[in-house]
Design a protein around this ligand. Sequence first.
Ligand code: HEM
Length: 203
Amino acid sequence: MLNLLVWLGVLAPFFYIIYGIVQLTFLGNIFYFGPEPGQYILEWMGQSALAMLFATLMISSAHRLWALPIVRYRRRLGVGTFFYALGHLLAFAVFILGLDLTLLVQEIIKRPYILVGMTALVLLALLAVTSLHTLKRRLAYRWIQLHRLVYWVAGLGVLHYVWQIRDGYFLFDFYLLLLVLLLAERVKAKKVFNPFAGRKTTY
Ligand code: HEM
């Protein structure tokens, strides 16, 4: 049951976009996503990526603090984060750049926070690729070290977000507070014996 709920949670933002596109293109509901559908999809994908990223980090903390048996869903949420971040990039390339990559430099000069988002996405790609079971096994302890980068991704994601907010800082305040709490938990986490490292480390 929980398995199904997690799948639904990961896929719901995507289904919503597909439903909206069907409304917009086939059912004549042209204002389904408001006056700027492209901008709406871009923002929706970005928000979904950030929300899923924080959900992933919360699973890690919950696992360390209370040994909750939900850690097996973490990978799914992590891959979901990457999927929505890619969708966000695709929406940016299609709706903002009009698939004209020569406009990218102009856009970066106009909105430097794009570079921050790009850095976060590159790191996310690295984490997604190394989540493949074979690579995970081969990297062993280095996998744990590498995947600590996810906290940097969260920091970059929050910076990318706040840099372009025009009004309404509530969500930003929420993510910032959550990031501080998650980092504090991570730093204070109890070390346990790690068979990959042959010594006590923080998972
Ligand atoms: C190649 C990478 C990326 C590019 C080019 C990019 C670009 C953009 C752009 C153009 C906006 C819209 C700003 C506006 O409203 O004018 C935006 C917003 C946003 N991005 Fe990104 N981004 C990237 C990566 C990411 C990543 C990795 C995340 C999350 C982990 C993210 C999360 C967000 C969020 C939450 C918003 C705010 C949406 C809103 O206004 O509600 N972005 N991004």
